[in-house]
Design a protein around this ligand. Structure first.
Ligand code: FEO
Length: 397
């Protein structure tokens, strides 16, 4: 992409990654972007870089505005290599010895990624850096998304450079929220569910702190996806809702199946849940990506998991989803388990143990059927679904 002007002297100089489909295990079917921002004032600053293989595109974008050698300061809001991979190329190109501002943990983490002896300037929370007419304020935002993460705020233009926060994995020619439709919120939700759900309590605290500081925000520039300028409140409110893990009148039935028996059970349970007026989807794990499954989990009240018993264990793909889910720490859920088995039938017990370890309220006893469910078995699944549906309705008051 070409540089895009955000405000007088402030440019988006990042790059588009049209073809990425797997971002460290997250399915990025719409690609992504690595956003970086150039501020041309009495001093010139670059906020963040891009993935290593896009560094020359970033430098080319900068060169269309200023000679990169004129950059005075580089700011690294986050060490993860989709934003820091281009640093060696950039720091070399702008001329050795330029200061590199980052959080204190950022200085440590960058040094663990790169052997170069850059002039690190670790900053305090709320420390300011004057560029002349404009001022940058550094805000510590530990764990959003790594321990080193920080945001950079420009009070004169009321712009928040928010690193991973408020981002979306989305590639497009659009730069701003007013140029895309509401579909962007689905990308933002997926991003939150897969990258930030684990840190929801910290995000809530951050939002409270921002409100307490009275920080005026007219534009949010994340490091991925579109920039929020028309309605930054929309994404802030969505983050507030997702961080509270506010629940919809919704359930997901997540399963894998060997000979379609667990699938038939899943569909009967889902039909029972739907019969109570609760939105529900049966999701076959091998037909869906785990990052899409987690997006459905985020705002579902009931998480119902089905697995056949295979070699006395739960099915490996189900274990994969449970491990991923456990790491992201969804809260405030009710849960159920089901599955078909041949002779030993451990899956229900193992699934229930996993769900209980996530502090979900279990709707006992689950449904376990030997080999192929007959009509009576499917009726039992439907009834279990109704029980779950009722529990969802009750939980919503
Ligand atoms: Fe976009 Fe945590 O990196």
């Amino acid at each position: 992409m070409k540089p895009v002007k955000i405000a007088e002297g402030i440019y988006h100089v990042g790059v588009t990654d049209w073809n990425i489909r797997d971002f460290h295990g997250y399915s990025t079917h719409a690609g992504t972007s690595y956003n970086a921002f150039l501020i041309v004032d009495e001093k010139i600053a670059l906020i963040d870089t891009v993935k290593k293989q896009f560094a020359d595109q970033l430098i080319d974008n900068i060169s269309q505005i200023v000679d990169p050698k004129k950059i005075d300061y580089v700011i690294s809001n986050h060490t993860e290599m989709d934003h820091s991979g281009g640093l060696p190329r950039v720091m070399h190109k702008i001329g050795e010895g330029k200061p590199l501002y980052c959080s204190k943990i950022g200085a440590k983490n960058l040094a663990l990624h790169f052997p170069q002896k850059w002039d690190y300037r670790p900053v305090e929370n709320n420390e300011e850096l004057s560029l002349g007419k404009r001022t940058l304020t550094f805000l510590e935002t530990r764990m959003i998304h790594w321990p080193d993460s920080m945001f950079t705020y420009m009070k004169e233009e009321k712009i928040l450079f928010s690193s991973d926060g408020f981002g979306q994995h989305y590639a497009g020619y659009e730069t701003f929220d007013d140029q895309v439709g509401d579909e962007i919120m689905l990308h933002a939700k997926k991003y939150f569910a897969n990258i930030l759900m684990l840190y929801a309590p910290r995000i809530l605290k951050l939002l409270e702190n921002v409100a307490a500081l009275g920080l005026e925000i007219e534009t949010i520039c994340p490091d991925h996806g579109i920039i929020w300028r028309k309605d930054p409140g929309k994404i802030i409110n969505a983050y507030s809702k997702w961080s509270r893990q506010e629940i919809e009148n919704k359930a997901v039935v997540i399963y894998d199946t060997m000979w379609n028996s667990t699938q038939a059970m899943a569909e009967s349970i889902a039909a029972g849940i739907a019969d109570e007026g609760v939105m529900v989807k049966p999701i076959h794990i091998r037909k869906s990506h785990r990052s899409d499954i987690i997006t459905e989990v985020l705002d579902s009240k009931a998480i119902v998991i089905g697995s056949p018993t295979l070699n006395n264990q739960i099915f490996p793909t189900v274990a994969d989803v449970l491990t991923y889910m456990k790491g992201l720490k969804p809260q405030n859920k009710i849960a159920g388990a089901f599955g078909s088995y041949g002779w030993s039938g451990e899956s229900i017990k193992l699934l229930t143990k996993e769900l209980a370890s996530m502090k979900f309220d279990i709707i006992d006893p689950g449904v376990k059927i030997q080999y192929v469910p007959d009509e009576k078995g499917l009726d039992a699944c439907f009834a279990y679904g109704k029980k779950i549906g009722k529990a969802v309705i009750e939980s919503n008051g």
